[in-house]
Design a protein around this ligand. Sequence first.
Ligand SMILES: [Zn+2]
Length: 119
Amino acid sequence: MRTLAIAGRRPRMRLGCEVCEESLAALGRRCADHVAAEAEARGERTASCVRFYPNGEFRREPRVPADLETWLEYNRTFRPGNSLFVEGRCAQRGAGFTDEDCSDIERALATGTPWTPRR
Ligand SMILES: [Zn+2]
């Protein structure tokens, strides 16, 4: 979200991350992805957070400890289909995932092997 000051118009307040411009109200100057990337660049530890989609795709989304609860709460509310793993353990089983799926994913994360949905 880039805001240009145009003569005669009042500039809109900018609420997105100043790096990726992801638009999230009241998030501050960086989105949680970039806060974590900067913490890692300083050598600070972040929580290992991984999002799995029902089709087996996944995305690593490390979080600084202060952002962890917000990540879980946001996803429980708005992304109920995804399963979330923190430090290799299932923190939220998404709709459509079975307990067996989550055990399989935990094993895959521990061994560094891919997970393929059985269905
Ligand atoms: Zn960002």
